[in-house]
Design a protein around this ligand. Sequence first.
Ligand code: DOR
Ligand code: ZN
Length: 345
Amino acid sequence: MVEITIPKPDDWHLHLRDGAMLEGVLPFSARHFARAIIMPNLVPPVVTSADAQAYRDRILAALPADLEFTPLMTLYLTEGTDPADVASAHASGLVTAVKLYPAGATTNSHSGVRDLSKVMPVLEKMAEIGMPLCIHGEVTDPSVDIFDREAVFIETVLDPLRARVPDLKITLEHVTTSQGVDYVMGADANLAASITTHHLMINRNAILAGGIRPHYYCLPVAKRESHRLALRKAATSGDARFFLGTDSAPHVDPLKECGCGCAGIFTAINTLSCLAHVFEEEGALDHLAAFASRNGPAWYGLPVNDETVTLVKRDQPVHWPDKIFTGDGPVTVFDPLLPIHWEVA
Ligand code: DOR
Ligand code: ZN
């Protein structure tokens, strides 16, 4: 039997939703993760510090009594966001980061940013106080091919933004391309990237080859195999600029399995098992703690968790439920498409 013990991981990009869905999915994240950066793309979005306070209260109220979990709140950047509200929410410890969704880029992003010049006062204030900006890095221009939207964003939006506000600390979230990896590696101290579990495990064939599989559709969409390999190399390298953000994003099955299915993959249940598999395949189990437990806290200026988690490699493949059943309906669990032998002890 092989096992590995690492400091309890954190999830630096998580969708918990609200109401019955929140109640249904929160226990799975809280079992394996000590903290998570909570995405603010609710309907309506979490825009003000008052919204964040109320959402945080709802998350803590939904947390089962036997689990400990710290939600690290984010604010959804709009063209009306008040820099003073952002700064006071950060100073009080209520809010960890601000999330930039280009308007129209993904689920519930229509209140996001259309014109970056309109949010410059917020970004400048954040640079001044050392508050990180989490970015969904895709352009929304319909003339740009969906598989190119991250690379084009880096060139036409992110790079100019970093030149304009060099002191702004930016997390390029759920990076999916070799261009994204190379850009982060070539940048200075103010840029890091999160990587999801599923982008380390699937390429676009999982969505499209042999039939259309909506449960592998997410945004940014999985790219071709060469990109997956670049992501694996970055994640397993131990490089402190790359850390885990699962982007676990539950949608009920009817909203995925339809004529225009939602983007999002639910991985909260089996992320750690899948990661141990990936890191073992890459001969890098000794870097799993860096990716899942150490690099994120270092980037966000937080202590590494004292608690630990042990992963055990079983002789037989481990199994999860195919679906979980929430008060809103069934949610399909990410199927990594190969046997996984690692289990959280
Ligand atoms: O696949 C995704 N799902 N990507 C996002 O950016 C949003 C998320 C969601 O909220 O469902
Ligand atoms: Zn997300």
